[in-house]
Structures are given as C-alpha cells and as structure tokens.
Ligand binder design. Structure first.
Ligand code: SAJ
Length: 399
C-alpha cells in the first residue's frame, strides 16, 4: 500500500475511501476486529450519507483493505480519537499507541500525518518519540498536522471541498503534506507550522462554543428580564456587524463540547473566556432540567393533579440521529430521575428505539401531554398543534 490509515471511524474511514477513489492503495487499521471485518466485506459500521458506496467501491476495486495491524507504506495518517480524562485533560494515548505501532516500519522520507484533534505540541512530541526509538531517522522524516473540519451528515462532500490547514514540523514536511492532500482535495490548502495547525482546529470549535455561550447567557438573562430571547437576537442581528447564534439546551457532539478543554487544560490562566463558555453551556442544560421541574410543580399547584410531560428530541442537534454527548439526552435522563409518578413521553423522530428510553411517536407524545418540552429543534416539531399546552421551548421550535 501507499497509505496506512490508522483509525477507521467517522473521519478515518471516509478519508480512506476518498484516497482510495484516486486509485491509491490504502491499508486501513483499526483495533476493532468487527470493524475490520465489516469494511473488508465492503460494508460500513457508521451512518453517513454516500460513505457506503464509496467504501464498497474502494474495497471491490482492491484499493482499500482493513486490518488490525499496520504494514509498511510511504504515508501514515493517524486518525484516532483523542478523548479527555478526568479533570478535562486531553488523552493522547491513542495517538501515542498508533504512532508506536508504525515506528518500526518507518523509513527515510516517509510522510507522517496526524489528523486527530490534539493538544498544541502533540505533533512535535510524537516526532521526538519516533526519533528516540529511531535516531538514525532524525531530520529525515516528513511530519505534519492536518485537522479535518467536516460536518457529520455532509462528510463526503466537505472532505473534498473544505479548505484545509496544513502545518509541517519544517518547511519540507509542509510541502510534502500539501503534495499528498492536493491529489484528492479540491478546497484550498493553507500552509503553516504544526503548532498553529493544532491550535487552529481547537480555536475553530472554541470560537463556536464561545459564540453559543453568549446566546445561552442571553437566554438566561432574558428569562429573568421577561424578554423573548429569540425576538431579541433577531432584532440585534439586524445590525450590520452583529451576528449572534441561537441559544439551545446546551452544547453537544464530540467536538465543540470537548475541544475547548484542550486549550483550557494547558493554558488555564490565559483561557478565561473559553473556560467560562464551557461552564455556561454546561450550566444551560442543568438550568433547562430545573425549569422542567418547576413547570411540573406549578402545574400541579394550579390544576390539583400531576401533569403528563412530553420531552421532544434527544439528538445533539436538529435533524440528525446522533445522540453522542447530547445535552437533550442528559436533560431527559435527569428529568426521569426526578419523576414522581407523572406520565412521561419521550420522542425522537430520527431514531426507532433506544436502550434507556421508551420512545413515543412525536405527534402522540405532544397530543397526550399537558407540558410539551422542546429540547431539539427538529423540523417535524414545527408542524405540531400545541393549543392548550404549557410549552417549554428551549431551542426556538415555536419561534
Ligand atoms: N448549537 C447551538 N446554537 C447554535 C449552533 C449550534 O446551541 O446556534 C449547538 C448544537 O445544537 C449542538 C452543538 O452546538 O449541540 C454543536 O453543533 P454544531 O452544528 O455547531 O457542530 P458539530 O459538533 O456538528 O460540528 C463541529 C463543526 N465545527 C464548527 O462549525 C466550527 C465542524 O465543522 C467540525 O468539523 C466538527 O465540529 C468537528 O469534528 O470538530
């Protein structure tokens, strides 16, 4: 193979399939034997439009093969997860293990690329690790950091068309990495150094987190001040240089709610706004759960009976089926923990069943309930008839 791709998940597998489409032999590596078997059958283990056909073609054509172990190649891509540990510190052990697995295979002039979201300095650290074990290669490898920025649900398009930031540990490494990516990427390739590229990925997602925190903070103030936050934001955004995002029930997904901690963990004194944004966005979910609790008690006081409650939406954002790190899921769990014989109906139109929640059709859930709580602004919720309902709209469905 010409390319070894370590990590065949949400980013690694689509990227491997894309590279294979340009008739480059890719050896994909994953520690999960089931994932390896599935891919070698030309099938996929994740949901992503157009990925299935790309993988099946690549495997049939002989350009993509999966295995649990790497083999010798010219280019090595590390696309494994970087979760965080207790105390919100980034865990780069997967990147380290992936790197160690290829150290014996490396030779002069090979290209080593990290795509995994990583704390600043990780690429240099991994290069040091490689040279410690292979001192004869010192200065003779090309190493770069090149983050992806694709949106789940639109990965196959964005992988090709988004601009990329490419940062080598030296100029020659940057050149080599650009030569590699330009074979299959149509977006512009912007050159920089490895540290800037690492920080760039973290900053893109932190910037969005901070902007959403601003909207969420406004929603808390408006609730106390008796102002409709949705109208307020719409009006403020009429200013030519103001563009406030939308408040919601918190920030989820596996990127925006995670990446800012990679900056805060290493630069706690300097990253005050970034850290505060995380706290505000986390607090917003807690606040929503409390609001549901209060609405429940108010209903009981007013009507002398317990309300039935519809919880609308579990996904981490509108119109997707992805529940990972979802604030809506957290709120639903918290509310059910506090349940006291009320009838709850949980609706998530984008999934059929769930192992923890008993799901109800969204129309039935709304119809049967006294209190309708909107956690995610799925399109179908906008059509519901909500006459005579107590509405808690945390995401602007009814606005
Ligand atoms: N959200 C709001 N209000 C808004 C916009 C979003 O509350 O106005 C919430 C969503 O409901 C969701 C969370 O923010 O819970 C994140 O959603 P998102 O659509 O902003 O982003 P993701 O997590 O799907 O993808 C992001 C993207 N990054 C940016 O837009 C800067 C994507 O381009 C990255 O590739 C991806 O993270 C990643 O993998 O890092």
């Amino acid at each position: 193979p010409e390319v070894v791709m370590i990590g065949l998940g949400y980013i690694g597998l689509p990227t491997a399939a894309l590279i294979a489409q340009s008739k480059t032999f890719v050896h994909g590596v994953d520690i999960n034997q089931n994932v390896v078997n599935t891919i070698n059958e030309g099938k996929i283990h994740i949901i992503e439009p157009d990925l299935g056909s790309a993988v099946s073609q690549a495997v049939k054509g002989g350009y993509l093969k999966a295995d649990t172990k790497p083999v010798a190649a010219n280019t090595y891509l590390i696309v494994v997860p970087t979760p965080f540990k207790a105390k919100n510190e980034p865990d780069i052990s997967f990147v380290e293990a992936a790197t160690k697995s290829i150290i014996p295979l490396l030779k002069e002039e090979d290209l080593y690329i990290i795509e995994s979201t990583s704390p600043i300095g990780t690429t240099e650290k991994m290069v040091d690790l490689i040279y410690q074990e292979r001192p004869e290669l010192e200065g003779k490898l090309n190493a770069a950091y090149c983050p992806e920025r694709v949106l789940p649900g639109n990965v196959m398009h964005e992988l090709v068309h988004n601009d990329r930031v490419i940062g080598g540990v030296d100029e020659k490494s940057t050149d080599k990495a650009i030569d590699f990516y330009k074979e299959f990427i149509k977006g512009d390739l912007h050159r920089t150094n490895a540290r800037t590229a690492e920080m760039c990925k973290l900053v893109e997602n932190s910037s969005r987190d901070v902007q959403i925190a601003f909207a969420n903070e406004l929603s808390l103030i408006c609730d106390k001040a008796d102002i409709d936050v949705w109208e307020l934001i719409k009006l403020a955004n009429k200013h030519p240089r103001v563009n406030i995002l939308q408040p919601g029930c918190g920030v989820g997904g596996h990127c925006i709610a995670v990446d800012p901690y990679f900056i805060v963990a290493d630069y706690p004194m300097e990253s005050k706004i970034i850290g505060a944004a995380r706290e505000i966005n986390n607090y917003k979910s807690f606040w929503c759960a409390e609001k549901i609790q209060t609405a429940k008690l108010e209903f009981e006081l007013k009507h002398g009976r317990k309300p039935s409650i519809a919880i609308m939406g579990l996904a981490f954002k509108p119109n997707i089926d992805d529940l990972r790190e979802s604030p809506a899921k957290y709120i639903a769990q918290k509310v059910l923990q506090n349940a006291n014989n009320e009838d709850y109906y949980i609706a998530e139109p984008n999934i059929d069943s769930h192992k923890i929640f008993k799901l109800t059709n969204y129309k039935d859930a709304a119809r049967k309930s006294d209190i309708v709580v909107f956690l995610v602004a799925h399109d179908e919720f906008k059509e519901l008839d909500l006459v005579n309902k107590v509405i808690l709209d945390f995401c602007g469905v009814t606005k």
